[in-house]
Design a binder for this molecule. Structure first.
Ligand code: NAP
Length: 227
């Protein structure tokens, strides 16, 4: 029997990345990226097809070591992310650097290191972007700028690598720990029913990955539906 295709999902210890991993696990072997080894072990226990891939994406030497041995990769999903928010007036260089380090540089370097493996499989790169990657709002500048940058990264990669499918996914507010921290920072009440469920974003990723071979789903916007 042929082996299942291999997927690597960053940010799979919780939130959207964990939901993407759950969506892919029935049809893929899944490497679960993240730093929290206990959370990764919990996610891995949910599926016979998933195993932890513990890596701090801001440690590029560690990233290089962790990709050694992956010589064929069907799906690479970048969901790991950070959201350092603030107005331009409030945002010191550290906030800009942190957003760009995790949301852009790590995405670019992990993809670059895995390009031979992705080419070998005619693979698929999925980037979990954000509505803030399409239009920036007051108070979101450093995060939104990093998401605009990673959208440009995706567009350039798609143009350069015709054998690889590249999909940017733009979720609206989604019920995760990141969103809880954002709402707390805004001083609002957390109302999970107003936000997308992470599994809905996972389903959107699965739809792009399982699109017929002649179809290249380049961009998906998913908004919470008011109810
Ligand atoms: P989350 O619940 O805060 O989870 C973030 C994930 O990223 C965790 O698995 C975390 O793993 C991982 N991560 C962060 N920094 C890392 C690092 N240096 N190295 C390795 N892993 C790291 O966030 P989320 O809401 O699921 O967000 C996932 C993606 O969706 C992000 O790119 C975010 O910008 C985007 N997004 C979120 C929303 C939303 O409303 N939640 C909306 C639009 C877009 P560990 O802590 O285990 O390291």
């Amino acid at each position: 029997m042929p082996e299942s295709p291999l997927a690597l999902v960053t940010g799979a210890s919780r939130g959207i990345g964990a939901a993407v991993a759950r969506a892919l696990a029935p049809t893929h072997r899944v490497l679960l990226g993240g730093r929290d080894v206990d959370a990764l072990a919990e996610q891995a226990a949910e599926s016979a097809n998933a195993e932890p891939w513990p890596v701090d994406l801001s440690d590029l030497d560690g990233v290089r070591a962790a990709v050694a041995g992956i010589d064929r990769l069907d799906v690479l999903v970048h969901s790991a992310g950070t959201a350092e928010l603030g107005t331009v007036e409030q945002s010191a260089p550290a906030a800009w650097r942190k957003n760009f380090e995790v949301n852009v540089v790590a995405v670019a370097e992990l993809t670059r290191l895995l390009l031979p493996a992705l080419r070998a499989a005619n693979g698929h790169v999925v980037i979990i972007n954000s509505g803030q990657g399409l239009s920036a709002r007051a108070g979101w500048g450093p995060y939104a700028a990093s998401k605009h940058a990673v959208r440009a990264f995706a567009d350039a990669l798609r143009d350069e690598e015709p054998g690889i499918r590249v999909t940017s996914v733009y979720p609206g507010r989604t019920d995760t720990e990141m969103q809880q921290a954002i709402i707390a920072g805004e001083g609002k009440e957390y109302a999970p029913a107003e936000y997308l469920r992470p599994d809905s974003v996972g389903a959107a990723v699965l739809s792009a990955v399982t699109a017929s071979a002649d179809a290249h789903v380049t961009d998906i916007t998913v908004r919470p539906r008011p109810h």
